[in-house]
Design a protein around this ligand. Structure first.
Ligand SMILES: [Zn+2]
Length: 219
């Protein structure tokens, strides 16, 4: 294994589309294990092959408290909901910005044995998969910055005086009884952008916006 150089924005390779991997051979395994080592060294959550200069559809992931792993030809096959998250990238060190990501995604890929891998994920794993698969398509997180949002340096506070509250979508699991194995998943919206200092928290409008997934098969 070896640590590879992480390409930094505006290196044009970050805007190139990576090619589908036809066969998981020794070259791919070497690339992928190097990417895992590079990711651990950089203390990142995810890394895509074009970030180390190789135009192949390989990503490495390292979520907190989990073992790192790599995937080949990952694809998002379903995404639901919308949320705003603070995000950064190893190819743009020192900067973060608020972007839109899905609440829940389903992805598929090949694992390191060449077996089919599939996951439905939320939170950081969903965000990381969207971020890394974007990389494979030449897309960087700055492309998703919200309209009135800008990149800020790590540690920099949002500008004072300027409203920095976005409407936030989030999900709620509605359990109909204590042991309900199939809670309804609802998307709610908190209109934080409409909150002013004169508002009390109780005036905040919560809209149940959309019913994502209902499973009443057992009822
Ligand atoms: Zn990145």
């Amino acid at each position: 294994m070896a640590i590879r150089e992480i390409r930094k924005f505006p290196d044009p390779i970050l805007r190139r589309k990576c090619r589908v991997v036809r066969r998981i051979d020794d070259d791919i395994r070497k690339l992928a294990t190097d990417m895992v080592e590079t990711l651990i060294d950089a203390e990142g959550v995810g890394l895509a092959a074009n970030q180390v200069g190789i135009l192949k559809r390989v990503i490495a992931l390292h979520l907190p408290e989990e073992d790192p792993y790599w995937l080949v030809n990952p694809q998002i096959i379903k995404s639901e909901g919308n949320r705003e998250v603070d995000e950064g990238c190893l190819s743009l060190p020192g900067y973060v910005g608020i972007v839109n990501r899905s609440i829940s995604i389903t992805a598929r890929a090949l694992d390191q044995n060449g077996s089919k891998w599939r996951v439905t994920a939320e939170e950081l794993l969903a965000q990381a998969l969207e971020h890394e698969i974007d990389h494979l398509n030449g897309i960087m997180f700055m492309d998703h910055l919200l309209e009135h949002e800008r990149l800020r340096e790590v540690g920099e506070e949002p500008e004072p005086g300027e409203t920095h509250l976005h409407d936030v979508n989030y999900n709620i699991q509605a359990h109909h009884h204590d042991a309900d194995p199939n809670p309804d998943l609802l998307i709610a919206k908190a209109r934080l952008s409409e909150v002013t200092p004169e508002h009390s928290i109780s005036e905040l409008a919560y809209d149940l916006q959309d019913r994502l997934r209902t499973d009443h098969e057992d009822h």
